[in-house]
Design a protein around this ligand. Sequence first.
Ligand code: HXC
Length: 297
Amino acid sequence: MFKEDALEGKRILVTGGGSGLGKEMSKHFLSHGAEVIICGRRDSVLKETEKELAKTTKGKISSFSLDIRDSLAIEEAIDSVFASGGLDGLVNNAAGNFISRTKDLSSNAFNAIASIVFHGTFNMTNSVGKKWIEMKTPGNILSITTTWVWTGSPFVVPSAMSKSGINAMTKSLAVEWGPHNIRLNCIAPGPFPTEGAWSRLSPETENNEGALDQSSMSSNPMGRVGEMSELGNLATFLMSDGCDYLTGQTIAIDGAAYLSAGGTFASLGKLNDEDWTNIRETIKKSNEKDKNLRNTK
Ligand code: HXC
């Protein structure tokens, strides 16, 4: 879809880059010429991913462990990333989430999510942004949110609230940091199955097949989950040059799932030709009845 050198010369830091969506986006960036730095909490996972992606993409990749709940550790880490060769892009991908009835959540449970998603993403963004402003260099920030920023979502309230905060941050800083040539956008992915997210959001129990299992995707207008290459392509587009005027936006990539849930007639997608013929006849009859009534007056 893109030229192989679409991201040539760019140095991109991906949080949570050792697994899941972060790993997939990193693979795409490396395949398109970027140098990628991945960080996350588990050093062994990072090292394994680093080795695998270096081999499969032949790109330049490095890693360091970082818990984005620790704001001091973030400052130190960002200092050393800039000291080792600067930075062109940041991808805020690291997140934490689990499904639970909200009434069962303790304040610790809320903080377990908010400290990563809400506080951690802000601290990463501000640490990197401050450097770019100080150095008078342009920058590009991509944050991974969800479509819940528009719809809200039951049973994942700490995540929906925190991701909505990232959405607000992105729009606010696009304006505040636009004069510094720093742009910020979000991708709001729908269901892209990953081991980390699915084990916490779609756990299978005796009476529950898992809320996000493949069969439940029949309600998705496109009838399927997302493919990683589709997410990787969108992320590559947003991290590349050529559309630098694009900032402050959140782009959903979900097969129109969130729009269909909101539309009054979304369920009509299941009707067949015969149903539609019958519906047309019924409406026609009703129109004729109205016309007759008007004519008799
Ligand atoms: C209720 C729970 C709970 C649960 C934990 N807690 N799990 N409460 N239901 N299922 C409570 C605990 O009792 C405790 O509160 C508090 O939360 C902290 O628990 P810990 O076990 O110490 O949690 P912690 O080690 O901080 O781990 C939580 C986590 C972890 C950080 C969120 O699951 C994690 O590492 N996740 C990273 C990967 C991940 O979640 N990926 C999914 C992202 S997907 P008390 O009061 O007892 O102390 C995503 C969007 C997907 O973001 C969009 C799909 C469409």
